[in-house]
Ligand binder design. Structure first.
Ligand SMILES: C[S@@+](CC[C@H](N)C(=O)[O-])C[C@H]1O[C@@H](n2cnc3c(N)ncnc32)[C@H](O)[C@@H]1O
Length: 471
């Protein structure tokens, strides 16, 4: 790769965007030198300013679109380009899928060494908006003011989402297109009530003064249930009552309202404890013929409809007959285990977070599933250090669904020792998946099929299901 000596920070260049790089930036080349361009989509010609230069690549930000892409569409969101959420909303959905598929294939070819790797299928989302079943909005006394806003705009209240790279500034969100319409109604009511009740003061992460921290919403897409979780910096239900009363009065669809109290400085919606304000402390959600109890802090796939399609791809890949012992590694709250349990002899889920395991047990009980067991395990070392109880049989099939960083190398190197006929690798990061796949190939597994499921349209996120079979 050539490295033109003349590119430096602050330079403005005319660039032709060739493709979308993993992570969502536009990719351009100047004399073979790679430049990632924030806010650009394939097909555009842009004027961009370099803000970072490293060995082998640079990063730039769009200053002006000189020629629009034929693949561009009107972004429906008023907050597009400011809110960091749906960064590729202005690229047609077909092109988003093509670009993401290309990123997966590129990762497997370049990083995994699978020179003829091809995806067998790409499962697009439908619907492509209003798909999130969980939203977390932040209350703030430090509103991000737009250039287009009048001088006298109220700067000391916002409810919305973080500006990328600014932990202290919140963009006031009026309409978020990836949440159900109901969520926008709730945001509007919350804003209205807070603005006329000065005691409902947003918490300030710099001074640690203030009351309201987050408004978290959970939607039971297949059940119609709705949870509102208001996270506060201290416990004062009386003070909170104008907000809770107004929401309960004006949104009869609410089936659960809780108040999580987070007295810690950490910027998380997870409370030290929770008080039930109304209804049940959880919502029910259905996936396939299973029902899950989802409480404010439990993990659940954030796109119910695509989550089901993802699990169906796992079912297809494993092709169970009913006689198999299945291991579900990194099982979270056990949704994949439970999904597969009816088609398997026994399923064993392994996970490090105790509360997730408790959820998994509860969900097994709720669905009267008796052939799934869940074990606490730090999978970095669990199998290698011989901690698997003797009573547990060897698996015929192994599912792995690790976090973005992929599997720990000790786990990846151990996996073949199970001698499982099939390994299904579910991943939210094709680059680490390709790296791990290379090890599996060296240990005697070959890729039989690979499918991409788009869980989060308009965002750079990618989910894949890859089936490996033993030679
Ligand atoms: C992508 S999520 C899996 C979600 C789950 N399969 C589902 O569909 O709901 C990854 C899971 O790996 C768990 N995890 C991360 N590191 C781990 C480790 N070292 N050992 C065991 N589990 C781990 C996380 O707690 C998380 O639940």
């Amino acid at each position: 790769m050539n490295e033109p000596l003349n590119i430096k920070r602050g330079d403005e260049l005319k660039l032709q965007i060739k493709s979308l790089a993993y992570g969502g930036m536009g990719l351009a080349r100047k004399d073979d030198f790679v430049i990632f361009v924030k806010g650009a989509i394939p097909g555009q010609v842009v004027k961009a300013r370099i803000y970072k230069k490293r060995k082998g690549y640079a990063e730039a930000r769009v200053q002006e679109i000189l020629t629009e892409s034929v693949k561009a569409v009107e972004a429906p969101c008023d907050h597009f380009g400011i809110c960091g959420g749906c960064r590729i909303q202005n690229l047609s959905y077909d092109e988003q899928l093509k670009e993401k598929a290309h990123q997966v294939e590129d990762a497997f070819r370049r990083l995994g060494g699978f020179s003829d790797f091809k995806l067998n299928d790409v499962v697009g989302a439908d619907p492509v908006f209003q798909y999130r079943n969980k939203m977390e909005f932040t209350f703030s006394s430090n509103r991000w003011v737009l250039e287009s806003e009048p001088e006298d705009v109220n700067k000391s209240f916002a409810i919305g989402l973080h500006i990328p790279g600014r932990y202290d500034k919140i963009l006031d969100i009026h309409e978020c297109h990836i949440q159900p319409v109901m969520g926008n109604r709730i945001l509007k009511i919350a804003r209205e009530i807070c603005l006329v009740h000065p005691e409902l003061k947003p918490y300030d992460p710099k001074t640690h003064i203030g009351f309201l921290r987050y408004l978290m919403l959970r939607f039971g897409v297949n059940t119609g249930q709705l949870m509102v979780n208001i996270v506060t910096a201290y416990d004062d239900l009386n003070k909170l009552s104008p907000l809770t009363d107004a929401l309960l009065d004006r949104v009869p669809e609410i089936t659960s309202m809780v108040n999580n109290v987070n007295t810690r400085k950490a910027d998380v919606a997870f409370g030290d404890y929770e008080t039930l304000v109304y209804g049940q402390p959880y919502i029910d959600e259905k996936m396939g013929d299973l029902t899950f109890e989802v409480s404010s802090n439990s993990f659940f796939q954030t796109n119910t409809i695509q989550g089901e399609r993802l699990y169906e791809e796992v079912v297809k890949a494993v092709g169970l007959t009913g006689a198999e012992v299945v291991y579900d590694l990194y099982c979270g709250t056990g949704t994949i285990s439970l999904y597969l349990s009816k088609k398997a002899k026994e399923v064993y889920g392994f996970e490090v977070i105790r509360s997730s395991l408790e959820n998994a047990d509860k969900n097994a009980e709720l669905n009267e599933i008796t052939n799934a067991q869940f074990l606490k395990a730090n999978l970095d070392t669990f199998f290698k250090s011989g901690q698997l109880p003797r009573r547990i049989p060897k698996p015929d099939v192994v599912i792995v669904d690790p976090p973005r960083a992929g599997m720990h190398s000790d786990m990846t190197n151990y996996l073949h020792k199970f001698k499982a006929k099939k390994i299904v690798y579910v991943s939210c990061n094709p680059t680490t998946q390709a790296r791990d796949a290379k090890v599996l190939a060296e240990k005697g597994y070959e890729i039989k099929s690979a499918v991409m499921v788009d869980m989060f349209p308009h965002t750079p996120h990618i989910e894949t299901v890859v089936l490996f079979v033993k030679h």
